[in-house]
Design a protein around this ligand. Structure first.
Ligand SMILES: [Zn+2]
Ligand SMILES: [Zn+2]
Length: 136
């Protein structure tokens, strides 16, 4: 599986986020139930439970990510899904709770992976509410 392709498509080949109109950067969310034109929202709007017209926050969704440099190659799509679901439950930026939730669902080894991973996401999104409670 080659997920680390070139990260070069940075011009408008994607529509903006339906929620906040910002440029969609991967990974973003595509609703699997709305159509025929793709319903795309960014992760932040997704974790806020954004709804628009027919789209409900409990719709099925796909995570659109072909080039996502913060992901470690060892991550499976299933792990990414689990992470995003935890993020959705706990709130974007609430990494301690997210990590806790992941720990209750998954193996210890995975939570170690998660720690590194969320730190990378923190840097990636530059969220103001991040805390650096992890010792690296
Ligand atoms: Zn958005
Ligand atoms: Zn939908």
């Amino acid at each position: 599986m080659d997920r680390l392709g070139p990260f070069g498509n940075d011009s408008g080949d994607k529509p903006p986020c339906k929620g906040c109109s910002s440029y969609l950067s991967e990974p973003y969310i595509k609703c699997a139930e709305c159509g025929p034109s793709p319903f795309l929202i960014c992760l932040q709007c997704f974790t806020r439970g954004f709804e628009y017209k027919k789209h409900q926050s409990d719709h099925k969704y796909e995570i659109m990510t072909s080039d996502f440099p913060v992901l470690e190659p060892g991550w499976t799509a299933q792990e990414e899904m689990a992470l995003l679901e935890a993020v959705m439950d706990c709130g974007f930026g609430n990494w301690q709770d997210v990590a806790y939730q992941m720990r209750t669902k998954t193996k210890e080894e995975f939570s170690k992976k998660l720690k590194t991973h969320t730190l990378q996401i923190q840097q990636f999104h530059l969220s103001p509410q991040m805390t650096t409670s992890s010792h690296l």
